[in-house]
Design a protein around this ligand. Sequence first.
Ligand code: ZN
Length: 313
Amino acid sequence: MTGKYEILVHEVGPRDGLQSISTLFSTSAKLEWIRAEAQAGVRQIQVGSFVPPKMLPQMADSAEVVAQAKQIEGLTVSALVPNLKGAQNGIAAGADQLGVVMSVSEAHNQSNVRRSLNESLAGFSQIVAYRNEVEADRKTVISGGLATSFGCTISGKIPLADVMALAEQLVARGADRLSVADTVGYANPRQVRELFDELFRTVGRDIPVGAHFHDTRGLGLANVCAALEAGVREFDSCLGGLGGCPYAPGASGNIVTEDLVFMLESMGMKTGIDLDGLLTAREIMQRHLKGEPTQGTFAKAGPPLGFVPASAA
Ligand code: ZN
């Protein structure tokens, strides 16, 4: 998945960031942002989610955004779906990858997608079967999501065994990859290392595994380092940390794309992403905001003197 670069940075701002702010982005504003990030070298972007428009008006144009983003050369276009209906719409729109949302925490799953975890798993099997039926080449990648893997705002601590059980279920039901999320920003680096070590023991290393961290309590990039040590090579992030945290007003949400890229590149890990290009994309995104705050320190401080990104070396 990561190709000639060592790390895949998966920008999720046009979905995760936008769904938690009130300013409604037009289709053209989303595409301006997406094009600028692709131009900077970002190779995979989550551009929307296929949910009923009544639930999330911000995502109502996802089919159009996917179709247009697909015109961008070399870009892997991903989207989020909660159920079979969403997956059917996502495949029809031409998404390259669909992330299927479900939570390790039963209570969180109920409140987020209004079904039991068993119902979500049955839905996951239906999605894989549908994809296999309509696509002989199985080209749409189906990603199994494990939200609240590190803790839950309703249930508190999440047993590691529950995370492993869900991962095994998803793999058995045909997941092409897994995405492990610290949905509410509870994780710490030791916990991250332990979880991914155990996950690779459980599902092996043939299946790609991505990590989705939040910076709610300032540990986002420390958690990335711990996941890197465990062998994770794909990370979700959000330009300018857009969106914040819906559970803690004022706190950061998703880890910041430009800070993540700076850290990786300064550690000698190639992302293929140009930091100046990312800052340009950040300005473009900010132009469309109406007072929503952005996060991130690289945009304020700039690179250190003599900094040579790994991708440029
Ligand atoms: Zn997130």
